[in-house]
Design a protein around this ligand. Structure first.
Ligand SMILES: C[S@@+](CC[C@H](N)C(=O)[O-])C[C@H]1O[C@@H](n2cnc3c(N)ncnc32)[C@H](O)[C@@H]1O
Ligand code: SF4
Length: 386
């Protein structure tokens, strides 16, 4: 069946800045230890060319959010961030209310840089706290301690970042329920608008995979999750996605666009894009070469791969993202974003309702509590039946 798109699809921009002071032992992101000389200027030059090369595919479309992710984008100077934003602004329409987020590591914070980021147009900061207990930060190989982390939040607030997110992880080596709750309590005392609260996962190709730390038992992990959710809600932060908690109207617009299966252009080493072509009626995914050295090599191509998604992939990817949302999505969004009639998933939708994994509601595709707990089972149903 051919897709048929009618409604415009929102578009966001992701900019990958791939360097960190050093690699954390649990991290599987495309991040690389920065040498003494960060090739900042050269990288910015390549980012802008990358953007230009991709512009024809998104020509005339309005941008809804920009996200500087990493790696550690706060390693870059405010001058570089400003230059990137100015170059985008001269080529592309975005409104004054656009969300512009930058990820920062508390070990790379200084006062004037944060003020300058704000001045450059960044209006949302995402601080990678991970924990507020020194022994846990040490076990995670972080370059900052508790005092650095609290100071970074203060500096962000003084620099005018009212809208900030705190990244915290739980299920850390030797962590007790009370350790995890104490991290949450201390972080919430700083009044963040948003908290991303991730359970530590041991990823292949990380140091933790080769030398596994002692992690809490399943029972402790369950207690942390249950009690943590209650604590976050008591403090006014509601879960709206598996790991994302926000105050009302402070959801991360950029991540919401991923979860609602909007389009995104990714520039920088290893960045992924998903673009719907309304004329050709296709959805294309492409990604850039992963290694920054290759990305900066003028003799090599940026594009690592590009392909048009099949219906099966589109359906699966839509469900993979949308079912992460606590309230799910309106059923109409399925057709809007996949270009396919709801009838293609109707038998699977009904089967999932019967299994108690989806709520019985003809207006909304929404996981039940059971569906949220067994998310992989729910999503896999749509892989098999698509
Ligand atoms: C792309 S990282 C960048 C943030 C920034 N570089 C930092 O670490 O401060 C985004 C977030 O993913 C989370 N994360 C990274 N690896 C993880 C893992 N193995 N398990 C769970 N969360 C992880 C961390 O909370 C991290 O802040
Ligand atoms: S600082 Fe962030 S991106 Fe860099 S290695 Fe650590 S977790 Fe990964």
């Amino acid at each position: 069946m051919k897709q048929h798109f009618t409604a415009p699809i929102p578009l966001s921009l992701y900019i990958h800045l791939p360097w960190c002071v050093r690699k954390c032992p649990y991290c599987d992101f495309n991040s690389h230890t920065a040498g003494p000389n960060l090739p900042e200027e050269l990288y910015v030059h390549h980012l802008i060319r990358d953007l230009e090369e991709n512009l024809p595919a998104v020509w005339g479309r309005r941008l809804t959010s920009i996200f500087f992710g990493g790696g550690t984008p706060s390693l870059f100077s405010a001058r570089a961030i400003e230059r990137i934003l100015t170059e985008i602004n001269t080529r592309w329409r975005f409104g004054p209310d656009i969300e512009i987020t930058l990820e920062a590591n508390p070990g790379t914070v200084d006062e004037s840089r944060f003020k300058d980021f704000r001045q450059a147009g960044v209006n949302r900061l995402s601080l990678g706290l991970q924990s507020l207990q020194d022994d846990k930060l040490k076990a995670l190989g972080r370059i900052h301690d508790r005092d650095h982390a609290l100071r970074a939040i203060e500096i962000a607030q003084q620099a005018g970042f009212e809208n900030f997110n705190l990244d915290l992880m739980h299920g850390l080596p030797n962590q007790t329920v009370s350790d995890a709750l104490s991290d949450l309590r201390d972080a919430l005392a700083t009044k963040p608008k948003h908290v991303s609260w991730y359970q530590l996962t041991i990823e292949p190709n990380t140091l933790f995979h080769h030398q596994p730390p002692t992690l809490p038992s399943e029972e402790v992990l369950w207690e942390i999750q249950e009690q943590g959710k209650i604590l976050l809600a008591e403090q006014g932060l509601q879960a709206y996605e598996v790991s994302a908690y926000s105050r009302p109207h402070a959801e991360c617009a950029h991540n919401l666009n991923y979860w609602e299966f909007g389009d995104y252009l990714g520039i920088g080493a290893g960045a992924h894009s998903k673009i719907t072509d309304m004329e050709k009626q296709t959805v294309t995914r492409h990604w850039q070469v992963k290694n920054p050295r290759d990305y900066l090599d003028a003799t090599k191509k940026w594009r690592a791969e590009e392909r048009i998604l099949s219906n099966k992939e589109i359906i699966f990817e839509f469900m993979l993202n949308a079912m992460r949302l606590t309230q799910g999505v309106p059923v109409t969004l399925f057709t809007e974003r996949t270009g396919l009639p709801l009838s293609v998933i109707e038998p699977t939708r009904l089967a999932a309702i019967k299994k108690g994994l989806l709520i019985e509601n003809s207006e909304q595709l929404c996981p039940t509590e059971l569906g949220q707990r067994f998310l992989n089972d729910l999503i896999e149903m749509f892989l098999q039946h698509a």
